[in-house]
Design a protein around this ligand. Sequence first.
Ligand code: C2E
Ligand code: MG
Ligand code: MG
Ligand code: MG
Length: 278
Amino acid sequence: HAKSEGKNNFQFYRDDLNVKAHDRLLLENRIRSAIEEEYFQLYYQPQVDVRTGELVGLEALIRWIDPEKGVIPPIEFIPLAEDTGMIGKIGDWVIAKACEELKAMHAQGLPNVKVAVNVSPYQFKHGAHLCEVIESSLKKYDLSSEYLSLELTESILIEDIEETILSLNKLKGLNITLAIDDFGTGYSSLSYLKSFPIDVLKIDQTFIRDILSDESDKAIVTAIIAMADQLGLDVLAEGVETQAHNDFLIEKGCHYAQGYFYCKPKPLDELVEFWLAR
Ligand code: C2E
Ligand code: MG
Ligand code: MG
Ligand code: MG
């Protein structure tokens, strides 16, 4: 009995794998044509100085706008785009678009604001190309490099340390801002913080969510803020959803925040309108 059941399970398992491989191939083809058709849009979310309420940055968050399925969030296509290398082209598009739209926002009443762009491990590994795209986009839209910030995850920091330092130094050499995204969720050693040219730590939203009730989260966030302060790094808290979250962060000396409490990610025009009317 057990034997035949095992066999059936194997059969189901294999069919399931085939379905998954098939779905994956379909999605891959759809992403490929979305790249050709430029079916993407950037949404922007404010990054705010918690003490003054001033808008300091806008994080560009990609959406796939499918003619049939509507708005598709990044979690549904970025991982496969990363695995297949398609993120290279998507990432180039994001950098150029973010620069173009930042220029427009500067002209539409949001001067001196930075744009923060998420950069994937694949893009980081192709560092020479990444630098070229950044330089040519800044030049094309006549933007100073001080207006561009890159958000990198800790996963890029764990491979080859020497090579990572070289790549980061080349990016930093462009005079842009470098931020570590989702800080505290990776498995990298803290020692990188003293050897890498990082400017900002973005505290992951999972630490902020229950910060009023969870003593461990409280301790972790308090410690990250204190450590960043000692190291001369800026700290930005992600996923700030309530006044109470915000008050806690101000009390602990966190200078920057981002989250639904301030504003959800919105397309350029809506964002400008919302922010200026607020
Ligand atoms: P991330 O860079 O850590 O971005 C933060 C995510 O949290 C965004 O989700 C944002 O919409 C969401 N968020 C912002 N405020 C709040 C809040 O108060 N509460 C909650 N619960 N969530 C909040 P989104 O836009 O779905 O993006 C998810 C992830 O996809 C990003 O995480 C980033 O890793 C990736 N991503 C987005 N755009 C790009 C891109 O252009 N290139 C690459 N490589 N990755 C991207
Ligand atoms: Mg980010
Ligand atoms: Mg994040
Ligand atoms: Mg994230």
